[in-house]
Design a binder for this molecule. Structure first.
Ligand SMILES: [Ca+2]
Ligand SMILES: [Ca+2]
Ligand SMILES: [Ca+2]
Length: 297
């Protein structure tokens, strides 16, 4: 099999069949210039009848053992076009030749490069390794081969798999996209879980869980007792704002000595809601102390 396009030529070469009656094999400078004409065949003097060009761009040419070509463009690819953070993905490169056919280029023969924060690097064999990210990130990889380069590169999407693994924001209990959103890329000491940059007495971890701004002292979570019915044994407590993807648990202690224990949960909200009532239905003691626990399922 040989690449299709028996009549292809460039400034550097001219492709020929070995016609009947001409010596087979070899190549020579023709026309008094640098153009090389090649006639490459084995067997008899007849080149046979070329077959149909297949959907994959190849064509059977009996007796021809090779064909000269010039690669014109290079295309870098990966399948699928995604890589999990800290995972790897094999890149591939395909050259399009001057006769319109394509040729897979060995990954080891490609010079790979990338300049994305979302990627940790590419090995010489085209294996790309992703870095940790705080959100899905698009990263562009490039390849070149014998002077031809993928003009736009290939866009690989680095998938954010874990929400708390990004740089110095990792493993601190706060989603990294929240930290980057409020405090920019790490490092930033103001983004620490125990920091309270707006000095509203609610640290970043609590502002993250309660869904308030960590840089606005007027934006803070509050719980207020709004109604107590000793006869019915109920106490209604109002939360100024409740957000989705959180579990709100009301805890009580009759005397601050007895450990706080959970007494009620709010249903998980689909959308943020303000002034939400959570009820203690066992408020029979002369007094009660309350706490609200907020957690992320
Ligand atoms: Ca991540
Ligand atoms: Ca974090
Ligand atoms: Ca605040």
């Amino acid at each position: 099999m040989a690449q299709a396009g028996s009549s292809a030529s460039s400034a550097n070469h001219q492709l020929l069949h070995a016609p009947p009656g001409t010596p087979a094999g070899g190549g020579a400078v023709s026309g008094g210039n640098e153009t090389i004409s090649a006639e490459i065949s084995v067997g008899g003097e007849s080149h046979g009848v070329p077959g149909e060009i297949t959907a994959f761009g190849t064509q059977a040419k009996p007796n021809l053992i090779g064909q000269l070509y010039d690669p014109r463009t290079l295309a870098v690819s990966a399948m699928p076009a995604t890589v999990e953070e800290r995972g790897t993905r094999q890149l591939t490169a395909t050259a399009t030749l001057d006769d319109g056919t394509t040729l897979a280029v060995a990954a080891t023969e490609v010079v790979w490069s990338e300049h994305s924060e979302a990627l940790a690097g590419i090995g010489t064999a085209g294996l790309v390794t992703a870095a940790s990210v705080y959100q899905d990130e698009s990263a562009t990889v490039h390849g070149s081969h014998h002077g031809i380069t993928d003009p736009d590169g290939f866009s690989l999407t680095v998938l954010n798999i874990s929400t708390d693994d990004f740089g110095t924001y990792a493993a601190d209990g706060i989603d990294d996209d929240w930290q980057v959103g409020w405090f920019g890329l790490p490092p930033n000491a103001d983004a620490a879980p125990t920091a309270d940059p707006d000095a509203d007495q609610q640290d970043n971890r609590f502002e993250f869980l309660s869904g308030f701004s960590p840089i606005d002292p007027l934006a803070r979570f509050a719980m207020t007792v709004v109604a107590v019915d000793r006869v019915a044994g109920t106490a209604d407590l109002q939360l100024n704002r409740v957000i989705p993807e959180r579990i709100y648990t009301l805890l009580s202690s009759p005397d601050l000595i007895t450990p706080f224990s959970p007494i009620a949960n709010l249903p998980v909200m689909a959308v943020p809601q303000t002034d939400v009532i959570i009820r203690d239905t066992s408020a029979t003691a002369p007094r009660n102390f309350y706490r609200i626990g907020i957690s992320k399922p």
